[in-house]
Unconditional design. Structure first.
Length: 440
């Protein structure tokens, strides 16, 4: 997603996850596929993609007006901060008071699908918006559980990349970004001096922790859930993966100890201010510019992979499939209007306009041909999504997984910052605790 969620899942409860929608969007619980009792209006919860809510309102307002002029349907917009969005959605599934159309983080797709609240995107519904084949396969892969109709439609696609400060690299005599983790450590030691550090992290941000831990797990040939959907957080390979990530602070000392407390994109500010030379982030260019950087001040490269590897699938996966999906509450009272609105927002021209604005990549294939998406940073993101990104586990417990394992990584970073040993045993203990929390 555009801005990494700062522990948005922390308040998620098993009760809410098990809830099913009753009358979201003003429909009725018996309506199944929704109704059309209010054909002239829609409510839309948009996620906060820009620097602030006012910026999103300025971007989306004219587009919603355009949709109204084309269809006669008025869209009531609310931009919801990431810190509130998931809990607002879950409360809506329980109370029946929610929007017709909404944005969701793509990592939530399976969890929200399990509530039964969202409209399934079967062949008929996809046909109503131009067909499933219009979308990039990896984006569809993060829209719901395997073997089920997707619970949402891709809207904005993103991937992680390695952003590096060109001036800091030049001053340290480093001529290229690291391509492997061994190179990251050796390069990082050259850059970590005189009060400056090589790599930024958001050690208290549960979602960011999960995104990084997932990639390291993939590179170790591991998974956090087995084929039956059972959590296996504390497997030896997962322990090694999480330890390798935290060791960038604890042992390798290329991440500043203070980053253990970061959870609100402070690492991006440090990068823009020349305090940190590299950061692993999704679609960061807009944020850098908002913090005073200019085009050309930074470079972009794929996230490192294990020694001897190059970005690709399997153990050379180097990003989760990041992005925003668009969903419809199943019992909306304007089903036809909701489908028209999703078709509008995922149309080629809107996809070009919105993704240009937000610095993301269109999940619609035809829109990617626009020259704006050939810039260096977006080329890296697009190629990563196409060849070396994998979706987070598409299981109903995904939100709980983010909270449990994200918290374990947060606690390990706190140990590293305080000078407490981060050992294989301590990592295993944290992951075992997280695994036990999933069954409580």
């Amino acid at each position: 997603m555009r801005r990494t969620r700062a522990a948005a899942t922390a308040a998620v409860t098993a009760t809410l996850l098990a809830a099913t929608a009753t009358a979201c969007g003003g429909g009725t619980a018996d309506s199944g596929g929704g109704s059309n009792t209010a054909p002239k209006e829609l409510t839309y919860w948009a996620s906060n993609q820009g620097p602030d809510i006012a910026a999103d309102q300025a971007v989306l307002g004219p587009e919603l007006k355009k949709f109204e002029q084309q269809t006669g349907i008025k869209v009531k917009l609310e931009v919801v901060p990431w810190s509130d969005l998931l809990n607002r959605i879950l409360a809506a599934t329980a109370s029946g008071q929610g929007p017709d159309v909404l944005n969701i983080g793509n990592t939530w797709s399976s969890s929200l699908q399990a509530t039964g609240a969202l409209l399934p995107w079967d062949a008929k519904n996809f046909d109503a918006i131009g067909g499933k084949e219009r979308f990039v396969a990896s984006a569809i892969g993060s829209a719901g559980a395997v073997g089920q109709d997707p619970a949402a439609v891709p809207l904005y696609s993103m991937a992680y990349a390695l952003y590096y400060n060109k001036k800091m690299f030049q001053e340290a005599g480093v001529d290229k970004p690291p391509a492997t983790w061994d190179e990251m450590v050796s390069t990082g030691r050259k850059l970590s001096k005189d009060g400056k550090w090589a790599l930024g992290a958001e050690g208290s941000n549960l979602s960011n922790n999960i995104h990084q831990a997932f990639v390291f797990s993939q590179q170790h040939g591991a998974a956090f859930f087995d084929a039956a959907g059972k959590p296996v957080f504390d497997s030896p390979a997962n322990v090694d993966a999480v330890k390798q990530y935290v060791d960038l602070m604890a042992k390798d000392k290329i991440i500043a100890p203070g980053n253990a407390e970061y959870d609100k994109n402070q690492s991006l500010q440090d990068f823009a201010n020349g305090k940190t030379a590299m950061v692993l982030w999704q679609s960061a260019a807009t944020s850098f510019k908002a913090n005073g950087m200019k085009d050309g001040d930074w470079g972009v490269a794929p996230v490192p992979v294990p020694a001897g590897g190059t970005p690709g699938s399997g153990t050379n996966t180097n990003s989760m499939v990041a992005g925003i999906n668009m969903a419809v509450f199943k019992n909306t009272d304007n089903l036809d209007g909701a489908l028209k609105f999703v078709k509008f927002m995922t149309g080629d021209e809107e996809q070009k306009l919105l993704n240009k604005t937000y610095g993301s990549v269109p999940p619609v294939k035809a829109a990617q041909s626009d020259p704006a998406f050939a810039a260096d940073d977006l080329t890296v993101l697009r190629e990563t999504l196409a060849t070396s990104a994998a979706p987070l586990p598409q299981v109903p417990q995904e939100s709980q997984f983010e909270t449990a394992v994200g918290t374990a990584v947060k606690e390990l970073f706190a140990d590293a910052a305080a000078g407490r040993p981060v050992t294989t045993e301590s990592v295993k203990a944290k992951l075992t605790k997280a695994q036990q929390q999933m069954s409580n």
